[in-house]
Design a protein around this ligand. Structure first.
Ligand code: SF4
Ligand code: SF4
Length: 443
């Protein structure tokens, strides 16, 4: 059987305006891609648009097809482009296909008309917002250098008014990374958002962003910051928000504890099923690799499915696994992390092997910290229950442990279960008993 026949579902992020955008956020990697298409009008033609939709539906043999719009800024195409798209989609969808449109926007151009359209056609919106005003406006600026916070919040309110489902996409940089709870609570409480995704900003400190060297820009989040950011939000979330607020980073990680790593590509053992389509029909291996080396072909010349199933693309996805350094292959959280995204693998391991993820230390700390709660949630799901049971289970466990601490003799093994490097249980007086004793003296 050919690989084309075995390929059932994949994901294309279409960039109808290429990298063109009406903002000028300091960290935006899409802007750099303008250099790939000098002189272009960055406007998807009807020919490319129709070829994209037609080939996307022809290639999919699954009941649900996602049509993903991304930028640059897709609203710059104008609403009529997407009205037409919905019609073209109906024309080419197999009978009974469930069509989902996703749409990533900075929100600046949204108005009632856009939101009515989104609602009527079940678009799922991704809205870029980096936290409360001071944190958001640090980097997300218009071309005049002014902050855009008010306009984005106004867009969120419009989406809510029209009952349009939206995700908050928050990039985590060196500034907002030190304020995890402020950021999270702002989204949850002030904005009333139920779906949130955090994206670490990791920018190589050179022009193209993909050259040699391991320096990152000052805007980039540090690995330890990233770990603390996730950890602090996780602790708040797991106490009271599971089942009500969805954080994609946590859901994606939980899949690893369920033995299903890969519901988000960065944590999968391999990748290669999330490609990027430029405005002119050029297809690239991934949205993070819109680079000459990762160009697969143009869908006006070669059918999309052949490019997706090509040996070059298969190798791209397989390399995620094959290029893992030994340090990762022997890592205790490999089954959750899988080395994360190849775009961030530019460090050397402690033994000098290339290919370690820049965010490794942060991920490792976070995954270890979240392990206990994640195990509880995974077990609940395996039992056919919902993960929100963790909010009752973990406090009960904490109470029980506190009671056991109270009853423990100073020479008993510590109730927390800690052992020394030889596997011998550590005495209570040298473990949590020592902590309590120290705390009692100092308080
Ligand atoms: S390169 Fe990274 S972002 Fe792209 S598909 Fe692979 S894991 Fe996902
Ligand atoms: S935590 Fe670090 S060592 Fe472990 S798999 Fe992830 S990147 Fe590799």
């Amino acid at each position: 059987m050919s690989s084309t026949n075995t390929l059932r579902a994949f994901h294309i992020m279409a960039k109808p305006t290429g990298s063109a955008c009406n903002l000028h956020c300091d960290y935006c990697f899409f802007l750099k891609k303008e250099k790939l298409y000098p002189g272009s009008n960055f406007h998807m033609s009807d020919e490319v648009h129709e070829a994209y939709i037609k080939q996307l539906f022809e290639a999919h043999q699954v009941p649900q097809v996602t049509v993903a719009w991304q930028g640059g800024e897709p609203t710059l195409m104008g609403l009529d482009f997407f009205r037409r798209s919905v019609e073209v989609q109906k024309l080419y969808a197999r009978p009974g296909t469930c069509i989902e449109n996703t749409f990533q926007t900075n929100g600046i151009l949204l108005n009632d008309e856009w939101c009515r359209f989104f609602h009527e056609n079940n678009f799922l919106i991704g809205l870029s917002l980096d936290g409360p005003k001071e944190l958001h406006d640090t980097y997300r600026k218009d071309r005049g250098g002014h902050g855009t916070f008010e306009l984005v919040v106004q867009a969120a309110r419009l989406l809510q008014k029209h009952k349009v489902e939206f995700n908050i996409l928050c990039t985590v940089n060196s500034k907002n990374a030190d304020h995890p709870l402020e950021v999270y609570r702002f989204f949850r409480d002030d904005l009333g958002a139920h779906y949130i995704q955090f994206i670490p900003i990791v920018e190589r400190d050179n022009e193209s962003g993909y050259q040699e060297g391991n320096k990152v820009t000052d805007r980039s989040v540090r690995p330890d910051q990233w770990g603390r950011f996730l950890t602090e939000i996780f602790d708040e979330w797991v106490k009271k928000d599971v089942g009500d607020t969805f954080v994609l980073n946590f859901d994606g990680a939980l899949a690893g504890w369920l033995g299903m790593a890969g519901t988000v590509c960065i944590f999968g053992p391999t990748c290669g099923l999330g490609l990027a389509l430029e405005h002119n029909g050029d297809l690239y291996s991934c949205d993070h690799f819109v680079e000459p080396n990762y160009y697969l072909g143009n869908i006006l010349e070669t059918p999309m499915i052949d490019l997706v199933a090509s040996e070059k693309q298969r190798k791209f996805g397989q390399d995620k696994k094959d290029s893992l350094p030994r340090y990762c292959r022997e890592c205790e959280v490999l089954h959750i992390c899988n080395g994360e995204c190849p775009k961030n693998r530019f460090l050397e391991t402690p033994d000098g092997e290339p290919g370690l993820n820049y965010l490794c230390a942060g991920y490792k700390a976070f995954f270890k910290h979240a392990d206990k709660s994640m195990r509880v949630m995974a077990e609940l799901i395996r039992q056919g229950k919902t993960a929100d049971g963790v909010m009752r289970a973990i406090p009960v466990e904490r109470t029980t442990l506190q009671e056991r601490f109270k009853k423990a003799g100073r020479n008993d093994p510590c109730p927390c279960g800690a052992t020394d490097k030889n596997g011998t249980p550590i005495k209570y007086k040298r473990c949590h008993g020592k902590i309590e004793f120290t705390t009692a003296i100092s308080s």
